[in-house]
Design a protein around this ligand. Structure first.
Ligand code: ZN
Length: 405
């Protein structure tokens, strides 16, 4: 036998096989995995069926797609982006709306206020980058909700710049990936608002949304090329998600809330099309009855009766009355513009559903599922990165474990 092996080329093959075996069995599992989480804000689930995204379609063909991503309620940007990185419903992670008031402490959270988004106190739960850091994994964020906090943010995070060119975002990400291993982030985020902007202004069926879709797909192509050039392509687990969908609003479907509630004192906590109403206890029933008499185009609830499936009424800053517009309806307010497209509606409505596409060494290829709840993304990320997930979450790995090889 030995004589035979030492004869001819077999020895070389055997040596090569030995190295290959060692490399696969012993070397690769020790390498920290990479996850790149990309968000196309406001990308409704069916946009990517329009045939305008060849790069994304190639990813789907070779990777995994959930037909629809089910956002948490309310179907707004800040609550859902923070749900994705914590596995918690907004009522549990505290970012209940894009902007809200804490009347107990005379303070407010405003998504467009640099100071408030930096305060750790608003962001409850444990974001994935905090869990990663505890376990020796660095993170880098080209924008994500919660990434700019003073103390518990990713190791590298940019200050939000709505107008930063796409290429610059990708180049920043690549610069982090090219850092020496001990400084290199293995969990990365990348965010684009283009589809949400176009959807609000021109509606989900507009040419402008389609143009934004094509642009984002080109950027995805550029990202893939950069990853291939630097040999990260084979190592990266790329996950493309969104926070919520978008629905068309008919200007005729106006609900004039100020008119309905004329003469009553109240405060609206929330954003169109979902508000909770904060008022003195002795006025709650009067306001509720007035709304009930004028109930058209919206649903009306006492906070205690808000259906459990929304997982929303637990938070103390949510007012005693909840009003939620029906799809296609909007609450008009003096100082607010009408949007051609909007979101924030019931998360069971299909127009509010988003996209979920994944591709990479740890994902099954050619795999299809109907839907994924966005609370389950956090435990999935932890599983890929091999880090201990926060135990007190609303998501569950069991529902998504099947996605992985
Ligand atoms: Zn939006």
């Amino acid at each position: 036998m030995i004589n035979y092996i030492f004869k001819g080329g077999q020895l070389i093959i055997l040596v090569l096989a030995f190295f290959y075996y060692n490399h696969t069995i012993f070397a690769l599992p020790n390498e920290t995995p990479y996850v790149l989480l990309v968000s196309w804000d406001g990308c409704r689930w069916d946009y990517i069926n329009r045939g305008l995204t060849p790069n994304l379609n190639e990813l789907i063909e070779n990777g995994l797609r959930a037909e629809r991503l089910i956002p948490s309620f309310p179907t707004k940007t800040f609550p859902n982006h923070y749900t994705i990185v914590t596995g918690l419903y907004p009522e549990n992670h505290g970012i209940i709306f894009n902007s809200f008031v804490d009347f107990y402490n005379a303070d407010s959270f405003r998504m467009k206020n640099d100071n408030s988004i930096k305060q750790d106190k608003w962001f409850k739960g444990e974001a994935i980058w905090t869990a990663a850091k505890k376990q020796g994994i660095k993170s880098g964020s080209v924008f994500w909700v919660g990434s700019e906090v003073y103390n518990n943010g990713p190791d590298y995070a940019l200050t939000y710049d709505h107008f930063m060119p796409h290429k610059k975002r990708v180049d920043q990400l690549m610069a982090w990936l090219n850092l020496p291993e001990e400084e290199r982030p293995h969990f990365l985020t990348l965010y684009f608002a283009d589809l949400d902007d176009a959807g609000h202004r021109f509606g989900p069926n507009s040419d402008e949304v389609n143009t934004a879709l094509k642009d984002l797909d080109k950027t995805l192509g550029y990202l893939i090329n950069q990853l291939k050039r630097t040999n990260f392509w084979k190592k990266i687990n790329l996950i493309l998600v969104t926070d919520h969908g978008m629905t068309e609003i008919d200007p005729k479907n106006e609900i004039n809330l100020e008119k309905i509630l004329t003469g009553l004192e109240y405060f609206l906590q929330g954003d169109d099309p979902i508000y909770s109403i904060v008022a003195n206890q002795n006025r709650i029933d009067i306001i509720f009855n007035r709304l009930n008499e004028n109930k058209h185009g919206f649903q009306l609830f006492k906070k205690a009766d808000f259906p459990k499936r929304f997982h929303f009424s637990k938070h103390p800053l949510i007012g005693d009355i909840i009003i939620l517009a029906e799809p296609g309806y909007y609450f008009s307010r003096q100082n607010k513009n009408y949007f051609r497209g909007n979101h924030g509606y019931d998360n069971a409505i299909i127009d509010m559903h988003g996209i979920f596409v994944a591709y990479g060494p740890q994902f099954k290829s050619g795999y299809r599922i109907d839907e994924i709840k966005n609370i389950d993304i956090y435990p999935l990320l932890c599983e890929i990165l091999k880090i201990q997930a926060n135990e007190k979450i609303d998501g569950d790995l069991i529902r998504v474990k099947d996605f992985l090889k």
